[in-house]
Design a binder for this molecule. Structure first.
Ligand code: CP
Length: 314
């Protein structure tokens, strides 16, 4: 593994999953890997889970970690090549990333989409600049289009809780009050459409089709009730439109998951990457039920990151 930005970087996902389960069973057993190593974490937007789980993952491996909230803790960074920097930006990403690379052995970076310019977002304009200027391995802490550490944690969670060989996993769109990126659902599709013990189904209102590059021919069922039939795991998430880029086309509250929606499932376990808008995306009754795995899922963010750092530092 050179960098970790998508499912493709995971290589043999079964081996990586096995490694994650071994690390989780013995979290402090690999501290020699991180000795005298530093993990740098740069955030261009807010985070609770990614920030804290990444620090914890580094500590578990015996490494040090520093965190920089770009712009808030640092000079305001310029992203554009050839910019005449006579405005509000004070330092170019080119120097900033090259300098920070000298202060760490692995660099984790969270960027964000504009949700206005699809071409720029889907070409990962900003993240690719970071990859270009970094001189150490880079881990995506979420990019404009993907959130691979989240999906890897989701995979660990499903693997831990599945009670039969093959399982049906459903990704359902959920309503929200804001236009959100497609990173989490794109990434969930990128991973779960590849897992050979998963029957994967995506459900959303028409107009919310994701980039086929990530759905990879997975079954799309517009009837949410039909999609949920017999599901073993249900992941809910809002996203804005990919086709009508960044737009909110529907906020149909009937898509909010309630116990009635779950009635046709195989007593499905519930997943959500968090943060979640209670009683907008999902009802309290689901989040507070014993079938909800959202806390365990967030806990596994430590082990997805620890496994990736283990691969990059070993
Ligand atoms: N799921 C997730 O990435 O959470 P944060 O945005 O809080 O890091």
């Amino acid at each position: 593994m050179k960098n970790f930005t998508s499912f493709a970087d995971a290589g043999d996902y079964k081996a990586l999953l096995q490694q994650a389960l071994e690390i989780k069973a013995n979290p402090y057993g690999y501290q020699h890997i991180g000795r005298n190593k530093t993990v740098g974490l740069i955030f261009f937007n807010p985070s609770l889970r990614t920030r804290l789980s990444s620090v914890k993952a580094a500590y578990n491996l015996g490494a040090q970690a520093w965190v920089l909230n770009a712009g808030a803790d640092s000079w305001t960074l310029e992203m554009a090549d050839g910019a005449v920097m006579n405005g509000g930006t004070q330092e170019h990403i080119k120097e900033a990333i090259a300098v920070m690379s000298q202060y760490c052995d692995v660099l984790g970076v969270r960027t964000f989409p504009t949700l206005k310019d699809r071409e720029a977002d889907y070409s990962e304009e900003v993240f690719n600049k970071i990859l270009k200027y970094a001189t150490v391995p880079v881990v995506s802490l979420e990019s404009a289009t993907l959130h691979p550490l989240q999906s890897f944690a989701d995979l660990i969670t499903v693997a831990e809780h599945k009670q039969k060989e093959r399982v049906k996993v459903v990704l359902t769109w959920a309503p929200h009050v804001r236009a959100l990126p497609q990173c989490v659902p794109n990434s969930f599709c990128d991973w779960f459409s590849e897992v050979d013990w998963v029957d994967f189904v995506i459900t959303h209102p028409e107009g919310y089709e994701l980039d086929p590059k990530f759905t990879k021919g997975a079954r799309i069922e517009y009837d949410q009730k039909k999609a949920l039939e017999g599901a073993d795991f249900v992941q809910a998430k809002n996203w804005s439109s990919y086709q009508d880029y960044g737009q909110v086309l529907s906020n149909d509250p009937s898509w909010m998951l309630t116990p009635e929606h779950m009635a046709g499932t195989n007593n499905a376990k519930f997943l959500h990457c968090l943060p979640v808008r209670r009683n907008v995306e999902v009802s309290d009754a689901i989040l507070d039920s014993p079938n909800s795995l959202v806390i365990q899922e967030a806990g596994n963010r430590v082990f997805s990151m620890q496994t990736v750092l283990h691969e990059l530092l070993k």
